[in-house]
Design a protein around this ligand. Structure first.
Ligand code: ZN
Length: 66
């Protein structure tokens, strides 16, 4: 995901991408991604959550887990 990806709800930078079983795609910021996580699990076949990146940028260790 890039800085150009925006939350469908509030327009903030998106960190969570949900690929729906129906073929659609939803983008959420960290806040809304968390808020809708349970609902997304029901309908999404894949959820890409990069909100940990957001947390790691403000913490001490520059962890690259990929
Ligand atoms: Zn949002």
């Amino acid at each position: 995901m890039t800085a150009a990806d925006r939350c469908d709800r509030c327009g903030a930078q998106a960190y969570v991408r949900a690929v729906l079983a129906s073929g659609g795609e939803l983008l959420f910021c960290a806040h809304h991604g968390r808020e809708h996580r349970d609902a997304l699990r029901e309908v999404a076949r894949d959820i890409q959550d990069e909100s940990r990146k957001l947390a790691s940028t403000s913490s001490i260790a520059p962890v690259d887990e990929r």
